[in-house]
Design a protein around this ligand. Structure first.
Ligand code: MOS
Length: 767
């Protein structure tokens, strides 16, 4: 059904003239900027450095008590005995909640492309029955006067389980793999020409299986809520990437009106896809209701591993056939990942092969394995982060086989339009990104023959890879602009600040859009009572908010022109004929026709003008192929003695449209690239297939890169604006990670002659 709807939309949009669509006329701010493009410092920086930014687990509430969760140690089974007596008798205990006394609730609607208020990551019933469906599932919640008392009492619950057989074996699940019809908004199965036949007759070919492990979310800030009921209304301090949608979903789930639920999340200490609506918020809300007390529930690090999904493991086949000139005749990208039927995240790794290269034939399909696990979720460039590892490793292998430079091979297959849909790229300068990156990195010093460069026990090698991430703008973004007679403006939206500089960049934007200095603008966010912003995810928030602010600025202009009336020098001008600059409405053709906001408001006896507007549906993504791209370069040294792999240098050359704030952008790119190093070298969820349990649920055992693992990272960009997006910008949040793992793997091959096709690349694999 979804495929049919989207196909129809694409067909209709194909007929509609460009100028009628969003992005049809380039945003005038692309060529005219003041605050945008400057290195504005993060507005939330001083508060965070001073420790004054209050996070969800730090908010204090009058009469608050503390919650601890009890998790199932078995994977499948039934609770056969549940004795809460010892826990209830423990000092300070207020409530022990289990499936027996948990209020009956429906399931949270799963995140989907069709209902943007749906936020659930799991359709597993939350403490509604005695059944255990995955290892780590919440079976009880204990409330006490102190955290220590709650933790202690939680250890006193006596629970017996009847264990039944569980599905925990990746390979064993393959015969029953499901083939979903669609992956996000793309058709899953793509078959162009006969790729297997082309592969069989290709002059050059590679055909390999690449494996990536499961990974877990490890935001610095642990998941936490502090919340209270006031009668039938709820106030929830949460750490979430989806403030407005969470409020809507919670209201539905607890049978409340949307206005009765307020979610506050002004600061999020890292989201990465993991800060959605999970079981802990729901049980905390229910427990607060039963106890009649405000509740704080902060997950432990282990708790995050138990009930917050991470990235699924994958096994991907990538095969490429090429003719004598290296032009691709076949591109095959198929594979398996885990996605239980009660999950919501398909890990779209096959996107990597859909937009990157021209090929005579394609065969692309993803298969889902059904295991009894906490459902995996979105995580740090879901899909592309690991899909590019497979595809970009395979390209490197093919270049090696052909004896040509891997950048040259990529450029020979650079598509002129989207390889599958044939839609034009809105902007794509991957070639320039590679050229600039290669020059800056000193790629010409690379020895094509592996294992040629040595420094004592160290072998040294260089590798590169391309990365890509689709542009997204979410529908339903609303903002309110309040322009005061005093020359200040407040822009309000329930948007999320996860550390990337949301408010900072939108203040820069609003300053230019409204013709005011940055100091005159306040961006109000993080509160579901404000006009609803879509979730911060898919590298989409900046564009989503920017389109809404642009629409609201237009509406504000209309309102100011109306208030200006017939006596004004701008009388008779219309919204497209004026711009807002330096506190005035100014005629574009005749700049002498102008009047200040202050004068207009004074004359009409108004203290302020308030407008609310939305960004409209993102139809441009059906008319144009819109992707951010990257060229990643890496130099490694690998010890002959220990197999230790040190990344010496890492350079990212990005093509992501206009860069709105170089300072915050560099941070995001570097952060993404460091996540890429984790993916390449250290991160791996160790899942015990015998027990169905994650074995390394601590930061001591699950290794993320530390400062000493991270080399000097260089970031450059083309900065070429995308004429189809607000401000000419595309997302930059997730592109940083894509391509990094392949660049590292390719460098390790160049250093050692060892091709590692399963992540992470640990020393045992290169010795
Ligand atoms: Mo991201 S994985 O869309 O937070």
């Amino acid at each position: 059904m979804q495929n049919v709807v989207i196909d129809s939309v694409k067909t209709v949009i194909g007929w509609v003239p460009e100028r009628w669509l969003p992005g049809g006329t380039p945003d005038p701010l692309i060529g005219r900027r003041g605050a945008v493009g400057t290195q504005a410092s993060r507005l939330d920086g001083p508060l965070k450095v001073a420790g004054q930014a209050r996070f969800a687990g730090e908010v204090a509430m009058e009469g608050m008590c503390y919650a601890t969760l009890v998790h199932s140690p078995v994977t499948r089974g039934t609770i056969t005995r549940l004795d809460t007596g010892r826990a209830e008798a423990a000092p300070g205990v207020i409530l022990v909640m289990t499936h027996r006394n948990m209020p009956r609730l429906g399931t949270v609607p799963l995140i989907s492309m069709t209902d943007l208020s749906a936020v659930g990551n799991s359709a597993v019933p939350i403490m509604q029955d005695a059944e255990i469906r995955y290892n780590g599932q919440v079976v009880a919640l204990v409330l006490a006067e102190t955290q220590e008392q709650a933790d202690h009492a939680a250890s006193l619950l006596d629970i017996d389980y009847a264990v039944s057989a569980a599905k925990t074996d990746f390979d064993g699940a393959k015969p029953n793999a499901r083939v979903p019809a669609s992956i996000l908004i793309e058709k899953n199965h793509v078959s162009v020409g006969n790729a297997e036949r082309e592969l069989g007759s290709a002059r050059y070919s590679v055909d390999n299986v690449y494996k990536t492990p499961g990974q877990n979310h490890n935001a610095i800030e642990l998941h936490a809520v502090t919340l209270a009921w006031q009668g039938d209304s709820l106030t929830i301090h949460d750490t979430t990437q989806m403030i407005a949608a969470s409020a809507t979903a919670i209201a539905k789930l607890f049978g409340l009106k949307r206005e009765q639920v307020r979610v506050l999340s002004p600061y999020v200490g890292g989201g990465f896809g993991g800060k959605g609506l999970w079981d802990h918020q729901i049980v905390a809300i229910a427990a607060a209701k039963l106890a009649g007390r405000p509740v704080r529930l902060a997950l432990s690090r282990e708790g995050v591993y138990r009930i917050i999904g991470g990235r699924t493991p994958t096994e991907q086949r990538v095969a490429i056939g090429a003719d004598g000139d290296g032009r691709f005749t076949a591109l095959v990208h198929t594979g398996y990942s885990v996605m239980p039927p009660y999950g919501a995240s398909p890990e779209q790794y096959s996107m990597s092969a859909r937009a990157a290269y021209r090929s005579k034939s394609f065969e692309i399909i993803q298969r889902h394995l059904d295991l009894d696990i906490v459902p995996n979720t979105f995580m740090r460039a879901p899909g592309e982060a690991i899909g590019t590892f497979a595809v970009e490793s395979a390209v490197d292998e093919l270049a090696d086989q052909m004896g040509i430079d891997p950048i040259e091979l990529r450029m020979r297959n650079e598509p002129e339009q989207h390889p599958l849909s044939g839609t034009p790229f809105s902007q794509r300068a991957l070639r320039k990104a590679f050229e600039d990156g290669a020059r800056r990195f000193g790629w010409e010093k690379r020895q094509a023959q592996p294992g040629m460069v040595r420094d004592g026990e160290w072998r040294i090698g260089m590798g590169c890879a391309a990365g890509s991430f689709p542009y997204a703008r979410m529908p339903g973004a609303e903002v309110r602009i309040r322009l005061g007679r005093d020359g200040t403006a407040t822009v309000s939206s329930s948007a999320q600040e996860m550390g990337m500089g949301t408010a900072t960049v939108q203040v820069q934007h609003a300053a230019d859009r409204l013709g005011l200095p940055m100091e005159a603008i306040t961006f109000e966010m993080g509160d579901s009572d404000l006009p609803a912003a879509p979730m911060a995810g898919g590298s989409s928030q900046t564009a989503s908010l920017a389109a809404a602010i642009a629409a609201a600025a237009d509406k504000l202009t209309v309102e100011l022109l109306r208030l200006a009336g017939n006596a004004s020098p701008v009388a008779g001008l219309r919204v497209g004929e004026v711009r807002l600059m330096e506190g005035e409405i100014v005629g574009i053709e005749e700049p002498s026709r102008r009047e200040s906001f202050n004068s207009i408001l004074s004359r009409s006896s108004r203290d302020e003008v308030v407008v609310t507007a939305g960004g409209g549906a993102p139809l441009e993504i059906f008319k144009f192929a819109m992707h951010s791209s990257s060229a990643i370069f890496c130099e490694v040294r690998v010890s002959d003695v220990t197999g230790e792999i040190r990344v010496e240098r890492l350079l990212g050359s990005f093509d992501c449209g206009a860069i709105l704030n170089p300072k915050t952008a560099i941070s995001q790119f570097k952060g993404g690239m460091i996540m890429g190093l984790g993916l390449a070298l250290t991160e791996e969820t160790l899942f015990d297939e015998r027990s169905g349990r994650i074995m390394n649920a601590t930061l001591a055992d699950y290794h993320v890169p530390t400062h000493l693992d991270v080399p000097e990272i260089e970031v450059i960009w083309t900065g070429i604006p995308d004429s189809r997006s607000p401000l000419g910008a595309r997302g930059i949040g997730e592109i940083g990670i894509t391509g990094v793992a392949a660049a590292v793997a390719n460098a390790v091959y160049n250093a050692t002659g060892k091709r590692v096709r399963d992540l992470p690349i640990t020393l045992d694999k290169v010795l």
